[in-house]
Structures are given as structure tokens and as C-alpha cells.
Design a protein around this ligand. Sequence first.
Ligand SMILES: [Zn+2]
Length: 675
Amino acid sequence: MSGRFLIAVLLSVFAVAANAQRARDLGIPFEGTPGPLNAITDVAGVTVGHTTLISDTADGHAIRTGVTAILPRGRDSLMEPVMAATFALNGNGEMTGSAWVEESGLLEGPVMLTNTHSVGVVRDATIAWRVRAAGPDASGYTWSLPLVAETWDGHLNDINGFHVQARDAEAALENASGGAVAEGNVGGGTGMVCHEYKCGIGTASRVVSVLDKPYTVGVLVQANYGLRDSLRIAGAPVGLHMRDDRVYSEDDAQADETGSIIIVVATDAPLLPHQLKRLAKRAALGLARMGSIAGNGSGDIFVAFGTGNAAGQAGLQKVQMLGNEHMDPLFAGVVEATEEAIVNAMIAARDMTGEEGRYAKAIDHEQLQHWLSYYKRLAPQLDLPASVETYPDGRKPVGELYRAYTSLLEKGWQMDIVTRSQPPGREYALPIIALRTPGAGQACWIFSGIHGEEPAGPNAIAESIDAIAELGAHQPVVLLPLNNPQGYVNNWRYLNMQKYSETVAGQSVGDSEHLLTDPDNPEQARQENASSPEADAITEYVLAMSELYPPAASIDLHEDNLISEGYVYSQGKLGAADPLALAAVKTLRANGIAIRMSGETRFGEVIDGGIIGPVIDGSIDELMSAASIIVDGQVQAGPEAHTVLVFETPADQVSLRQRIAAQSALLRSITSCSD
Ligand SMILES: [Zn+2]
């Protein structure tokens, strides 16, 4: 198990390095959950091929152009149409074959992208390829009306040299494959410019849930539109600040928006052509997020196709369609994926010099990060120290833990840096992070690592991150997986000391007494101040976030090396009778953890059936269950979670591996936190 996990970690590191030039890798935030490739090829069957032409002719012309082919059903696209629809937001451009798509509701064959003056040759070549590669269709004729769309690359490319040849279109078709899609200066996007930066091909995808089934929406753009002024990324008006190297408006303040964008939307959802038309229209909203006004000179033409239905041409056809009331998640997916695909095109593009020495600079990544950060629109950076510790007990180094936790970002989760913990005497700060699902609402809260010498919980979360992602796909989750990273690194229980002591108070990062009411005086907090900056930051975060994510249930993974049998605290409203506490006791026992079924804890609390009812201990768990709390001297409503479970499992007689396995089983047993 640990071997497999290590391989998975290495692969993910490698994958990040290989894709280093995508928008997400810079920390640009996007909404929604992308598919595994975050590309149009996440829609099963879709293949993409590029032919990229970059060379200089003997007589000094610059060839900077190419062809991109998108095959809705891969090779089967030759004979099997898909349902489809087109939409022209502004029709100053060309998409051949669109009249028949509109008429029939079917797209027969590929979608081809190239430069404005090469539409003809690409169209002819695509027909020839179709004729050679497949026989007559169901009508008995060997024919084709291919969809070929264009944008103008004449700024960088010698467009009137007509350098795209039939063989280039064929090569794009023949090379089309699934898997990761090259972006930026490739294929039809080779010479394209958007918002006056070098641009080109970009892609992205979203997985959405409709009627409890996952569907994928994929988008591919050939982006060549827009002035700098209007550029917005992640909602921030960065174009107003990033003024260098404007291709058109630098020397001409009156420059009009010219250029165009072609957007291809794919989905595996079972939709009919009129519904696909609605998806095609939504691509305009993704474009709008970038700041486009679809200017008079712009050819903004979109096509959406669906692979979720067969689209036979004759006989009685049985089709499926989602009811219109279920379209919204797909609409959101199109808008989000279109926005991200355009940003991906800009981020992947590289500086290019072209015809007559004209050039287009790629967007400066660091400058972009600077301005996104200025507008608080850059995902937090972890800034981990480079040191890699190893531990005799086999716990993962913190770097590996953070890497496992942040894999949730690939599922669309959000990360917050609660605070950076650097207690006196430590060389470096370590972030205390929280991860939460993109959707808010009644949530599962998961805490771990409050005590630094209890490594099972933080490791179990890292190993169960797939199960937590799955839980988060069905309901809101807030995860605080490693609340005391400094303690974890040093194997210290508290911020200020290694072990529990009768005489000195240990500063626990979970201390909440500055917010909890004094049992003797419910108008007053038990302590005036938080016991540490970390406890202050964590409790503040918990209170703020529990407004957005009211805790239905909260669990907290602990260990205790002074006990030989574990038990479960049930701090919520239902107390010791909480059925989830009873279920947890069963899960722990089934996973080889001895449970003390009766008697007392080492603090003298009564155990009944392995469970202890609500206790007053000043912990974050008491805070999660509190009906009222004191904030700045005022009584206010507390988070009041129904279920609050704290697991204390024995640490000393059981190997860490076994403890991690038991706590992982516990995490994997959570399928719902709803009341
Ligand atoms: Zn503990």
C-alpha cells in the first residue's frame, strides 16, 4: 500500500512538471471540477490532432499557421454523426457546413480549424480524406460537408502565401488522438493573438453531476480576439495594468477589436440539437468573462456537439434527452471551461516573431500573478521549506502530506491558508491549510493533527484523499487535515512543548476557551485571549467558514499513547446516543482497534458502549458543538453541529501502519454527514 502510494505521488509530481504551463499551475483560480485531463478529450471518444507550420521561406516570408482537427467520435466520426448545433455571437467569420448542421441537427465528420484564407484547402482536403477513408454513407452517396472554421493569423503569418496544404489537413486528421492536448502556438492556433498577447489553442473541461450521474463538458478554443484594455482574468481587470507590448493599440489608441474566436464544445450528456444550441450560446458567457465585447470585426462562431446519443440517419431512432430543468450544471460547465480554455491558450503561448518582423509577446506569467495577487485572485501558495525529513515511525514528511491534500485542488476544491505557523525558536513557517468543496452548504468537517505527536490522522487523510474527494462530490466538506504542522515535524504534542505535563499548560492549536462560555457565567468566555496565534487563527477561520458551511457533522482524529483501548467522544446534540458514534465504534473494532466499552477515560470521564457523551474540555470539538459562544464579549450563536465525534485510538501497542489503516477505514466509512 505504501509502495503504491509513493508511485502515485511521484507520478503526480511528474504530471505537474509536464503540464507546467497551464493556468491552474500558476495559481489562477477557476470554478467547477475539471475532468482528469482538463481538456476536450475528457469527453470519451473525442480526439484532437494538430499540424503546426513554423518556418521561414527562402524569400523571407514567415509561415506561422496550421490546422487543428477535432473528431467527435474519433475515427468513427467518418460514418457516425453526432447531434450538434452552431451559434454565431458575431458572424464576421466563417464556419463551413454550418447551414446543414442547423438544418439537420447533425454534425457529420470532424471540426477543422485553420487560418481565414486556408478554409478552402482544408475543406477540400477533409472531403478527400472522407472519400478515401470511408465508403458511401447510409444514403448511398460518398459525400461530405465538413465544418471548417477560421481566424485571421495575418499579423504573424504570411497568410496570402497560402502555405497550408491538403497534406497538412490530412496529417491533423490522421494524427488525432485522445489524451492531453497541446496548447498555445499549435495547429490552427499557431499564429493567433488574443488580447494583444500571443495566443492560440486552449482547452479545458468540467465534470458535472446531473440526476446523480457525472457528465463531462469539454471546450477547445482557437482564440484570436480582443484588445488589452478589456482583458479580465479570474475576474480581475489585469489588462488595465499590463500595458506592455500591445500588438494593435500600442501605437493606435483607436484600434478596433478585430480578430475572432472559434469555440468547440463537446459533451457526453444525452442532449438533442436544440439543447446543444443552448450549450453553444453559453460559450459566449465564458468569453464575456474574459472581457470580450464580440466586436463588429470579430468572428465569434461556436459549435456544440453531443456524443450521448446515436444519431442514425434512417429508420425509427431512439434517443435520450435530459429534461430542460437539468441543463444548468451543463451551462455552468460550458461557461467555466470556456473561460479556462482561453486562459490556457494565453498561458501556453510563447513569444513569436513573424511576417515582416511583426511580433506578439506571450503574457508575462509573473506579472500576471502579481496583479492577480493584488486583486486577491491568486490561489494561495504553500511556500514549503525544501527540507525533506524522514521519521523512524514511517510517517510521511510534511511535503508529501501537503501534496496529497492539495490534490483536491484538481477536483475543484478551494484552499485557504488559515495561518502560517512559526512558534518561537522554529527555523521556518509552515502553513495551516483548509480545503473545502466548491459548493457551500451543510457540511462534513474533518479535523486532524491538532496534537503533533499523533501522526495517524494526518497520514490517514493523505491516504484516503480519494474517498474524501468522493464524499465532497456529493456534499460540502471542509477539511483541516494538519492543524499543527510544526508539532508534526518535531513530534511535539503542543506548540510550546513536547509532552503533556501536569505543571505547565500545553498550547494546543485547538484551544477554544477564548470563545467558549464559562459554565459558571454563561455571559463570559473562559479565557480572555486565545492561547496561541494558531488557536486564534484556526478558531476564527472555523467561525467564519461555518457561516458558509454550517457543520452537519464534525469529526476529529486523535490518538493517545497512554491508553491501550480506544473510545469515541460524542460531543454533538445527540450525545452518547448518536448513531454515527455507535457506527464508528463498530468500524474501529472491525479494523482491529480495541475499544474500551465501559469504565472511565484516563481523565475520569464515563465510557458507555465505547462512547463518552458531551464533555467540557475547551477543545475545537466543544466549539463545533456549542449552541452559543462569546465573540468580543458578546454572546452569539455557535456552529452547533448535530454530530461531533472525536476519536481517541491507542497509539503505543499498535504500529503506525495499523493505526493509519484503522483511521483510514473510519474516513472511508463516512458516506454522508446529513442529519
Ligand atoms: Zn490528541
